[in-house]
Design a protein around this ligand. Structure first.
Ligand code: FAD
Length: 386
């Protein structure tokens, strides 16, 4: 179901002109908002299509839990508008810099610590207005959850990194800020942390995020931080329940907020100080995957999403990446070179090819057909994604 009228607008007309010119000369355009995630995905040096001039919140209905904004709107403006009404983007998108835009956050498809409970960014995109490689402005989806039926095109955009179409506007579902939160911390080995988190995830405990940081060698003790969020009574009663199993300390709320923000923005030491020839690897793994033996990994590993997302630094060479990809594949997951050090060959592939993995090989053909339909002239074929 479409929403709004696809009006002509000078800025949209300008995007169309740039896209049609690129289609004619067959030179790809690299869509960019604030450029805060330019390092994410394969490198490209194509001419930029800057979305920032198309900015502004178009509609915000707090009582309907939905916000609609232009792609170039600063992400901080969105979160500030929501904060005024005590609401949040529940998937906690990382900004990775001051200039992060709404469209950039959606196209990157990245979600922060809350993803394990709240769901991925894609799950919250209700509708989108896009411009395809033929300069056509098209609307998909709607502004309410119940309109979403069948195959929803607007949910293809998250994670597409500007390789499918230009996102013009999007409507996302928002949620009220939880009434209560508490952050608990304790020391324990990785295997025990994973077992407990998976047990608790299946129980009526308001577990909203978790992070274990420690040594890659699985028998070592590390630091587990868990966030409880929800109704006051639910959070209050969960604390003694957890403390009856492990002895935790509750963090001061300001310290807790700083920790979860630093985790989301990858400002904790496990993410920073990337050596020039190193890579920050990301493993996405199925629930209940135990500790993995990482031969080349460095000392520290961070586990988020109850172990379903894991981060560690290791050498960037292809042999190491292949070993890491194979390890992830064996366990039903996938790996990516999430962030690379400054001396790493920029042509090095960041993502796992869909065709390399038994569980995603069949998607390659679907992906090729989608790209051909959205963008027959290759305007968005920047190869930021494989
Ligand atoms: C047109 C298009 C092409 C893409 N091509 C690629 C590509 O070639 N390689 C690539 O790595 N990513 C590709 N992506 C991105 C990918 O689909 C995810 O958006 C991205 O990996 C983020 O994954 P996630 O786990 O955060 O999110 P989610 O989308 O929430 O993932 C859901 C589940 O699927 C699993 N999953 C996600 N991506 C993959 C994958 N590639 N292989 C196996 N399991 C997966 C996750 O582990 C998770 O359990 C493409 C996206 C689009 C829209």
């Amino acid at each position: 179901m479409s929403y709004g009228k696809v009006d002509s607008n000078p800025q949209i007309d300008q995007f169309r002109e740039q896209i049609l010119a690129a289609a004619q000369t067959q030179t790809p355009l690299s869509i960019q908002g604030g450029g805060t995630k330019a390092w994410y995905g394969n490198v490209n040096t194509f001419t930029k299509l800057d979305t920032r001039a198309y900015s502004g919140i178009l509609e915000y209905q707090p009582e309907e839990l939905v916000i609609t904004a232009c792609a170039g709107t600063p992400l901080k403006d969105i979160t500030a508008a929501l904060a005024e009404k005590n609401q949040i983007l529940p998937f906690e998108p990382p900004h990775f810099g001051e200039g992060a835009t709404f469209g950039g956050a959606i196209a990157a498809g990245l979600a922060g610590p809350g993803r394990i409970t709240a769901g991925n960014l894609r799950d919250f995109v209700l509708g989108a207005r896009i411009m395809d490689g033929k300069g056509q402005a098209l609307s998909f989806g709607g502004k309410v959850m119940k309109n979403v039926a069948g195959y929803d095109i607007s949910r293809l955009l998250p994670g597409s990194l500007g390789t499918l179409a230009l996102l013009l506007e999007a409507s996302v579902k928002v949620l009220p800020k939880p009434a209560a939160t508490a952050t608990l911390r304790c020391s324990l080995p990785q295997a025990r942390a994973l077992t407990l988190l998976n047990e608790w995830a299946g129980q009526p405990i308001p577990l909203s995020a978790s992070c274990w940081i420690g040594s890659t060698s699985s028998d070592q003790v590390g630091e587990l931080t868990i966030r409880l969020a929800g109704a006051v009574a639910a959070v209050k009663s969960a604390i003694p329940l957890i403390n009856s199993v492990i002895n935790t300390t509750e963090l001061d709320p300001n310290v807790a907020t700083a920790f979860w923000t630093d985790l989301r923005e990858q400002q904790l030491s496990v993410f920073t100080n990337l050596q020039d020839d190193e890579t920050l690897y990301r493993l996405a793994l199925p629930a209940a995957c135990g500790p993995l033996t990482l031969s080349n990994g460095q000392d520290d590993i961070a586990l988020e999403w109850h172990g379903q997302q894991r981060w560690f630094k290791a050498p960037s060479d292809d042999t190491t990446f292949t070993a890491i990809k194979n390890l992830a594949n064996i366990h039903g997951g996938h790996a990516s070179r999430f962030r690379q050090g400054s001396h790493v060959d920029p042509s090095k592939q960041r993502f796992t090819l869909l065709s390399e993995q038994t569980h995603s090989a069949a998607l390659e053909a679907v992906q090729a057909r989608l790209r051909a339909a959205f963008d027959p002239a290759g305007v968005f074929a920047t190869h930021r994604l494989p």
